[in-house]
Design a protein around this ligand. Structure first.
Ligand SMILES: [Zn+2]
Length: 831
């Protein structure tokens, strides 16, 4: 039994609780919020403590000596405390991922830290537990109150404050469903640390560091309470939602000055009685009203207005219903809001609309799918495109109105608008590819153009000596930078865009199954390199992905980082296109499984490059990725050592911001490629037949649903070859354990001798394995060169320090090699 279950028992046994719950239901949300945020500390609830222990799942907090004080109750409950003195936190996680992460961040597999100040926010039995171990007396509540207020002010500044969470507890009749414990601990070694135990999360236990100077949240540990595994709990990712969204009806108006006004009618289905909704909405959009179906205005809460600042945290919108909504009965709320900064102007008739946060959601999870009905009004000179099928278009005053309705429920919606050239092409299956390309260059392209023109004028000596004008003309025609930019000229660019996107869809349909929507609208993104975005049936891609490598070199020379180089290639564009399958058709169940979206998209980008530009381009993409994984980041950490793919977004921390993209994208893509190569059969009519069948089975089985790593593993197991049975039992655990749940990139050293025989040759030698744990095992392909022909001879199961082999082959062979197709993510050396 875990400690939270114990604390539930204590709560349930408290006689005072039932009447308090009823009183809480009647409480005024605004007054409750104010009381919570002003937390007044009780002079009668101060205690000197000696070894007060709070056990929270695997973590133990000890208040060794010092003073603890509690705030006055709100809604009949004591919810806040502060401590000053000497205390310690210890945590010894049991899951391999958590041990690895803790060791990476702190240098030790078991965590122990001393703290001198602490703030506690909780709805569990903390108060009762401390009261049982200490004696309250009159004391200096003011100083502890100040300590609490200072921390709470910080939290509020970042929009990370706990009032939304506490309100949910206080206004619920089943507060134990929302039980939580939050501790903030001031340590010498790591600054302020967070420890959380939260019943509303599937991974209830978290140890984290909020790195204020880098504006980053470093999660050191996150795991399910009670000894369960993440693989287990995330199989049903929606069980902790007390309500789900049923449908969105959005009415969005964008004014000439880019102000966005929204009226969102959202239907929710409570699964349990619900009083408080914790929603997300970009805090740059200020809510004017939230009304229920009867038109009554409801209490709502938002963080402070960030006034255009990007806010990764602090985009909450908390709404308190007038009365508890009963389970199983859908209800509708209407949200009215407006704000700038969500849409920005990027040139004449060129705009950028933020991907997320422009309508209220229950979180940006890709677990659920919803029908959308979107009415969009933009200034009347512009065209608009959005997720769904266009069912209406007309002028309305100063606006152009369009309406977009989805025929397949989708996870997210987006839109774009501007002064466009529009082109369209039909695919063989009847789906339409449409391009919406900006008529005018955006600021970024314009700046490049200006730079090239200015430099061009200086660079070129006028050979005729007839003055600057001639020189400019001469420069314009000869400067290759201008020629490169010319291909981004919308008139020429639209056609390329249409062809390229249609081609990538054809490749992906052959591998992954039918394109799922009736249209794919593509718009060029008016921003710099390094960004792209895909919604179901709608893509934002950078114009720069349509120029070729020569043009890229001409425009940027060596000024781009490796990642930026990749981000402006057709490979990156194909990555975005493939998200129609990876992310939209098949979602992901948890942050652990996001490689099924990003890694698969990265692989898809390479796959398209292979068709478009040839095998060498494909292989060099893989090699570049391997180099990236073996490189060190700016802190001197090898990327592959940051953690396993399964750590997901946690791989990026303040000090190591590149972890997520390098591992989840690059290594994730490699993992799928390795499965592809193990299934590759050069003798089959379609050597890729098995891999394609597996991928199509995966998209079909999880059509419009989220999938987990374990779900994908089961699909791989259905299609595994006899050679892939490395551990027997029809299981692929050996592979996933090493490549997704673990770290390590093997290094192989091949030594061999060829002895001519009466017929053919005897091949003897060994493969030495290093840089991975001894138990690491992999199927390594061995290739023979005969003249100009390179043939895969078969597989060797490589494991341990050295794997010898000795075979007779019926033909003459010139040379033996490993890994010709980069079949395995490894480095190879020949001795
Ligand atoms: Zn992506």
């Amino acid at each position: 039994m875990n400690s939270r279950a114990v604390s539930f028992l204590i709560l349930a046994g408290s006689l005072a609780l039932a009447p308090l719950g009823a009183a809480a239901q009647a409480a005024d949300p605004q007054a409750t919020w104010t009381a919570l945020s002003q937390a007044s500390f009780d002079p009668a609830k101060v205690a000197s403590v000696k070894d007060v222990t709070l056990q929270r799942d695997l973590a133990r907090l000890i208040l060794r000596s010092g003073t603890v004080g509690f705030a006055q109750p709100v809604g009949g409950r004591v919810l806040q405390a502060a401590f000053r003195g000497s205390g310690s936190l210890s945590l010894a996680p049991r899951l391999p991922l958590e041990i690895q992460q803790l060791k990476f961040h702190t240098g030790a597999e078991e965590f122990q830290v001393e703290f001198t100040e602490a703030v506690f926010i909780f709805s569990d039995s903390t108060y009762d537990e401390v009261a049982a171990q200490a004696q309250f007396a009159a004391g200096d509540a003011a100083s502890l109150g100040k300590l609490f207020a200072d921390r709470n002010q910080k939290l509020t500044y970042y929009g990370l404050n706990f009032e939304p969470r506490l309100l949910r507890v206080l206004l619920s009749r089943q507060p134990e469903e929302y039980a939580f414990f939050h501790a903030e601990l001031k340590t010498d070694k790591y600054g302020w640390l967070w420890f959380d135990l939260d019943a509303t999360r599937l991974e209830e236990v978290t140890l984290a560091q909020f790195d204020e100077s880098r504006y980053a949240f470093n999660t050191w540990c996150s795991f399910p309470a009670g000894g369960r595994t993440p693989q287990e709990v995330w199989q049903k990712p929606d069980v902790k939602y007390d309500m789900v969204t049923q449908s969105y009806n959005l009415d969005i108006t964008v004014e000439k000055d880019t102000t966005l006004r929204g009226v969102a009618r959202v239907t929710f289905l409570p699964r349990e009685p619900v009083r408080v909704l914790e929603l997300a909405l970009d805090a740059n959009l200020r809510v004017e009203q939230v009304a229920d179906a009867a038109g009554a205005a409801l209490a709502f809460f938002q963080p402070r207005d960030p006034k255009g600042r990007f806010t990764q945290f602090g985009n909450y919108l908390t709404v308190a219903l007038a009365a508890e909504a009963p389970a199983g009965q859908p209800f509708e709320l209407t949200f009215r809001y407006a704000g700038k900064h969500v849409v920005t102007s990027e040139g004449a008739g060129v705009f950028f609309a933020s991907s997320y946060g422009w309508y209220p959601t229950l979180g940006d999870d890709f677990i659920f799918r919803y029908p959308f009905d979107l009415t969009l009004r933009v200034p009347k000179d512009y065209d608009a495109v959005a997720v769904g099928n266009k069912t209406d278009e007309r002028k309305e005053g100063d606006h152009k109105l369009t309406r977009w309705v989805t025929d397949v429920p989708v996870a997210v919606a987006g839109f774009a608008f501007g002064r466009y050239y529009i082109r369209e092409q039909e695919l063989p299956n009847g789906a339409k590819v449409q391009v919406y390309v900006n008529r005018n260059p955006d600021k970024f392209i314009r700046d490049l153009q200006l730079a090239a023109e200015q430099q061009g004028a200086q660079l070129v000596e006028d050979p005729s000596g007839q003055g600057r004008g001639t020189g400019e003309t001469y420069g314009r025609s000869s400067d290759p930078r201008l020629a490169a930019l010319e291909s981004l000229n919308p008139a020429r660019f639209g056609g390329t865009m249409l062809t390229e996107v249609s081609n990538s869809l054809k490749v992906f349909e052959a591998y992954f199954g039918p394109y799922p929507y009736k249209k794919l609208a593509v718009s060029n993104i008016p921003l710099d390199y390094g960004y792209g975005q895909g919604w179901p049936g709608l893509l934002y891609v950078s114009s720069l992905t349509f120029i070729d490598s020569t043009q890229r070199h001409v425009l940027f020379g060596g000024r781009l980082s490796a990642r930026e180089q990749v981000n402006i290639t057709d490979r990156f564009r194909a990555h975005e296109t493939s998200h129609q399958w990876w992310g939209h058709v098949v979602g992901w169940k948890s942050y652990h499984d996001q490689w099924l979206s990003e890694g698969f998209a990265e692989f898809s980008g390479l796959l398209y490059a292979q068709y478009r530009r040839g095998t060498q381009e494909f292989l060099s993409g893989l090699r570049g990725g391997r180099e990236e994984l073996l490189n060190k980041d700016r802190e001197g950490a090898v990327y592959d050592d940051l953690g396993p793919i399964y750590a997901g977004v946690r791989l990026s921390s303040g000090k190591h911001p590149g972890g997520y993209s390098t591992l989840v994208y690059t290594k994730g893509g490699w993992v799928l490629h390795m499965i592809r190569m193990m299934m590759f059969d050069p003798r089959a009519p379609d050597p890729e037949g098995r891999f394609k069948a597996m991928m199509q089975d995966f998209t079909k089985t999880f059509y419009n649903q989220p999938a987990s790593t374990e779900d994908f593993k089961h699909v791989v197991e259905k299609y595994m070859t006899p050679e892939m049975q490395m551990a027997g039992g029809g299981k692929m655990d050996w592979f996933f354990k090493q490549w997704v749940y673990g770290t390590g990139i093997p290094h192989y050293t091949l030594s061999y001798a060829l002895e001519p025989q009466a017929q053919g040759v005897r091949l003897r030698g060994s493969i030495k394995q290093s840089r991975v744990p001894p138990g690491f095992a992999m199927l390594v392909p061995i290739y023979a060169t005969m003249g100009t022909q390179v043939t895969r001879l078969g597989w060797i199961k490589v494991t341990g320090a050295e794997t010898p082999f000795d075979v007779n082959l019926p033909m003459a062979i010139d040379k033996i090699t490993l890994n010709e197709w980069e079949d395995v993510l490894a480095t190879v050396e020949y001795k």
